[in-house]
Design a protein around this ligand. Structure first.
Ligand code: AMP
Ligand code: ZN
Length: 454
């Protein structure tokens, strides 16, 4: 089945074909590196990771670029509060992000672009918009994009022109605002005292870029003027992605991104998980509470990426149990001696689900179904599950039985002797002792087998 993706631009599921196969250009709005991301942010990156893995599973070569917003209103404000240089401050949080990324088994982007490395491209784009009269210099010296000059402004988030006429009364220098405040937005912000030592001397004047122009410049410089896919969380749709589209398309005269994909938000008690509401967990919080970080990944995969999902520790506990069961059943597959083959019937089902706009909840059912299927050999199950894990990223290949401790080995030897003597009372007592140490005992035709209880 061909890959279909829900395109926010058209509000429909569309067949996906890249512009230049087998290459796919994929741009993901990355973190603003001003604090430790919360697990809601990781929903956006795990979704982008599943997309990237699915594209690769469909034999595409994915050029995945993710930006790091290392200059904006928030990074400047908080670096000053921390009395650190912008560079030192943002590098600290970039490293924290990379650590969490690896812990969650997110494949690194092919390229990470730091906004501060692309200032000249942002200036050039702003100059083009000035020359084409889509932008103007305000009386505060900053340069703004004139949204009324762009007839298609609002097409992503579906704001109507009438509504715009009512509300677009002024201009806004802040990076973040809501739909009700659609206004001319800043491309280049003239320096003021609040910016301290953060500025660039450029032909546009002494200042810094607005947040939205950063992503347009970085994505088009690295991936070309028309991208195949652009991703981010639903909260990025307006104003960030709307503004990216407007300034990019007005500058180039070409479509900016053929597909826009947005993940639903992670909620807590029905409200968006966010730093400002204080209702968040970091990945470290979950680890400190004893959860396997991949249980969070598995939990996310049990909902479709576009849904709003309510996070709770109880729900996470359920996924932790499921993950351990998966690992246990995977390790119990007896396939040392034979090489397995991918079961084509199961693969077909898995592919159909994952290619249906990344339907991970249904793809996971295929994984559980093959584990239960007695008609499939253990070796084939193993090969098929490892193949599915290229998309799911649950680290099945890394699961290894720990070697038995001397204590368990001694108990096992004594139990074997007891069974030879048909002393079943003693053998049961020894079984219990082994279980108390965290192992289960199975009696098979070839003798007793001992596995760790995960
Ligand atoms: P930020 O660092 O605030 O720019 O956010 C980074 C990414 O996380 C963006 O793609 C946001 O859309 C996404 N994001 C932020 N909060 C949530 C949430 N509660 N649930 C899902 N995604 C989120
Ligand atoms: Zn962005």
């Amino acid at each position: 089945m061909a890959l279909e993706l829900y395109n926010t631009l058209t509000r429909t599921k569309e067949k996906f074909f890249p512009l230049n196969p087998p290459k796919v250009s994929l741009y993901t709005c990355g973190p603003t590196v001003y604090n430790i991301p919360h697990i809601g942010n990781y929903r956006a990156y795990i979704f982008a990771d599943i997309l990237r893995r699915t594209l690769a599973y469909n034999h595409y070569e994915v050029m995945h670029v993710m930006n790091l917003t290392d200059v904006d209103d928030k990074t400047i404000r908080d670096s000053q509060a921390a009395k650190k240089s912008l560079k030192e401050f943002t590098e600290l949080y970039t490293n924290e992000f990379f650590k969490d990324r690896d812990t969650l088994n997110i494949i690194p982007a092919v390229k990470y672009t730091k906004a501060t490395d692309y200032i000249s491209q942002m200036v050039a784009l702003t100059e083009t918009l000035l020359a084409k009269e889509y932008a103007y210099r305000g009386d505060d010296g900053s340069i703004y994009f004139n949204i009324k000059k762009d007839p298609s402004y609002g097409k992503l988030s579906n704001i109507t022109i009438e509504k715009l006429e009512d509300n677009a009364s002024g201009r806004i220098k802040k990076d973040e605002y809501d739909k009700e405040n659609a206004q001319d937005f800043a491309l280049w912000k003239m320096w003021d005292e609040a910016d301290g030592d953060v500025f660039w001397e450029t032909p546009l004047g002494k200042g810094r870029p607005g947040w939205h122009i950063e992503c347009s410049a970085m994505s088009m410089t690295t991936l070309g003027e028309t991208l195949d896919i652009h991703t981010g969380g639903m909260d990025n749709m307006f104003p960030h992605h709307e503004n990216e589209i407007a300034q990019s398309e007005c500058a180039t005269g070409k479509p900016f991104s053929r597909f826009f994909l947005h993940n639903g938000l992670l909620l807590v008690d029905g409200k968006k998980m966010s730093k400002s509401l204080g209702n968040f967990y970091s990945l470290r919080d979950l680890i400190d509470k004893g959860y396997d970080p991949l249980a969070y990944r598995l939990w996310l995969l049990t909902s479709h990426y576009r849904t709003l999902t309510n996070f709770s520790l109880e729900a996470l506990k359920g996924s932790e149990t499921a993950l351990k069961r998966l690992y246990r059943e995977f390790l119990a597959l007896d396939s040392q001696s034979t090489t397995g083959h991918i079961n084509e019937a199961y693969k077909e089902k898995f592919l159909a689900f994952i290619n249906d706009d990344l339907d991970t909840p249904r793809a996971l059912t295929v994984m559980w179904d093959i584990l239960k299927d007695t008609a499939v050999s253990d070796a084939d199950k193993k090969a098929t599950l490892l193949d599915f894990d290229k998309v799911l990223g649950l680290k099945l290949a890394d699961q290894k039985e720990e070697p038995l401790s001397e204590e368990v080995k001694t108990l096992a030897r004594r139990r074997k002797e007891a069974r030879i003597k048909k002393d079943f009372k003693e053998s049961d007592t020894l079984r219990k002792q082994i279980e108390e140490l965290g192992y289960e005992v199975k009696d098979t035709e070839d003798g007793q087998e001992i596995h760790a209880i995960l």
